[in-house]
Write a protein that binds this ligand. Sequence first.
Ligand code: CO
Length: 211
Amino acid sequence: METFYKRLLENNKKWVAQQLEKDPHFFDELAKGQQPPLLWIGCSDSRVPANEIIGAPPGEVFVHRNIANMVIHSDMSMLSVLDYAVNVLKVKHVIVCGHYGCGGVQTAMTNKHVGLIDNWIRHIKDVYRFHHNELNAIENDKARFDRFVELNAIEQVMDLAKTSIVQEAWQRGQDLHLHGWVYDVADGLIKDLNVNLKNNESLSEVYRLKL
Ligand code: CO
């Protein structure tokens, strides 16, 4: 068998042994169920493993990852994860975490044709169009790319707030906070973008649902 593949299964056995050594009831507790306080929406990028970069043990983070951490309102997978997290698990926080150096965001700045993914990336191009003036005023390519990553994460937080799922939770008085972060793959640090939403007041009028 291929050694890389085999190594994964060996690593799993070692990890189980390590956990049990630290706490013999580690898996017994997890087997009882989950009540994570956080939903993480991040990029599929292999360099941004959700739990690891925030030091969260199993059971603490409900995770959804896709290319460029997008919140697209017709994406049944994202909507199902969000609905379950908000209405069943009753998470207190949802974090959209983008990352500098994101290939999806970078591609959206170009006219490159990659394949089917062009249609996913089109949503990121919309974010560029919304912030066209600010982004085009940045002369340095790296600085413009970095800012686009930040604006994309912020825009996805706003998109979360626009969903009926989140607005209904707020309407019921549920304690639910939305946040936007960016992770830097070059130094491992997270930047808080300081978008913290707990109601729909910062949404444009047209997005506020009458519930
Ligand atoms: Co990415």
